[in-house]
Design a protein around this ligand. Structure first.
Ligand code: SF4
Length: 352
């Protein structure tokens, strides 16, 4: 069966032409596929009856099933667990703020990158999501959210390493940003990676989305220990890829930096960071680690975070301390997955 929602408009055109149909039929079909509330192929009366019948026989319109949805009483963050057709669970988090709402989506089931501080990393990799499962998270959330709370920004910071599922993530971006579909601005989509250097350069060439790097260390020695990806692509190579990334105009690369107590928040770390990021338009998000039992890292004290931020500000960086959102509903990667599978683990996990 053809998964229609995994196809970009260009791919639907190829399909229609292979069936002897005009290319504009693909555009009509695509527009309906991504309309919030779309209920089925029979609804598309602008397509000829025979074409509707063939579409219904040869393929399917894939919908995500809601397994669980929880809203934070503290800050209105909403978290969905979606059950996929093979029973796998993924999570999607809607994060409201005063000025805009952001949607955090998943790109894989589990993750194979093995970051030592991350619960998803301990789950291992199960499979890549296809474009209908990636972009479908956005559609499902729009369908279940009042219009005034619809997200303006999309971040690939949920479960999985997006650049390890490169082709499907790029297709999902093309689907999400197409003017006939959900029409998100490329400037409002950010792909976050733990540091797959070659794919970073490719991403910049093939899309114009924002880029976030999960950095978390300023030496190869420490990064090798906490993020195995660094042994493949050490800091020098990662920074070179960032320099080559084709950023949208007036955009900066976001560097996510989790602070672990006693590990990575000294004045020397701040100085090393300034050397590493030289020549890269950047901003730094500081995140206090939330302790996860059994992983061997400690949460920093409030003053450690404030001090490290001061070091960075004095050097001239834009460095903000990111507030933890949805703490009462464990709105961070891997957590909902664990609950939905009945693992009953109540600790919060840090975002990748
Ligand atoms: S931090 Fe991100 S890349 Fe690393 S294991 Fe977790 S989900 Fe994967």
């Amino acid at each position: 069966m053809i998964d229609y929602r995994s196809k970009t408009p260009a791919e639907l055109e190829v399909l229609m032409e292979s069936w002897g149909e005009a290319a504009f039929r693909a555009r009509q079909f695509f527009k309906w596929l991504w309309k919030p509330g779309f209920s089925g192929i029979t609804e598309i009366t602008e397509l000829p009856k025979a074409l509707r019948a063939r579409l219904a026989i040869e393929g399917l319109v894939y919908d995500l099933k809601v397994q669980e949805v929880i809203t934070s009483l503290l800050d209105g963050t909403v978290k969905w667990a979606f059950r996929l057709s093979d029973g796998a669970i993924i999570e999607t988090v809607l994060i409201p703020s005063n000025s805009h709402t952001t949607l955090c989506i998943s790109s894989q089931v589990g993750c194979g990158m093995g970051c030592r501080f991350c619960r998803t990393g301990t789950m291992g990799f199960e499979r890549n999501l296809v474009p209908s499962e990636i972009a479908g998270q956005v559609l499902a959330v729009l369908e279940q959210t009042e219009r005034e709370r619809w997200p303006r920004n999309i971040v690939f910071m949920g479960m999985g390493e997006p650049l390890a599922n490169f082709e499907n993530v790029v297709s999902a971006v093309r689907i999400l940003t197409h003017e006939l579909g959900l029409n998100f601005s490329k400037r409002r989509i950010t792909v976050s990676t733990c540091g797959l250097a070659p794919q970073i350069v490719r991403l910049g060439k093939e899309t114009e989305v924002g880029l976030a790097i999960s950095l978390h260390a300023t030496t190869d020695e420490l990064r090798d220990k906490i993020m195995p990806v660094n042994r493949r692509y050490p800091l020098g190579e990662l920074m070179e890829a960032c320099r080559r990334y084709r950023l949208p105009r007036r955009r900066r690369i976001t560097f996510e930096y989790i602070i672990f107590r006693g590990l990575n928040h000294s004045q020397q770390d701040a100085l090393r960071l300034s050397h590493l990021l030289r020549g890269i338009p950047s901003k730094i998000n500081l995140i206090a680690y939330n302790q996860v039992q059994g992983l061997g890292f400690d949460a920093p004290r409030h003053e450690d975070v404030a001090q490290f931020q001061r070091y960075l500000l004095n050097i001239g960086f834009t460095a903000v301390v990111r507030k933890s959102r949805g703490r009462d509903i464990n709105a961070a990667c891997g957590q909902l997955w664990a609950r939905a599978l009945g693992r009953g683990d109540e600790e919060r996990v840090n975002p990748g």
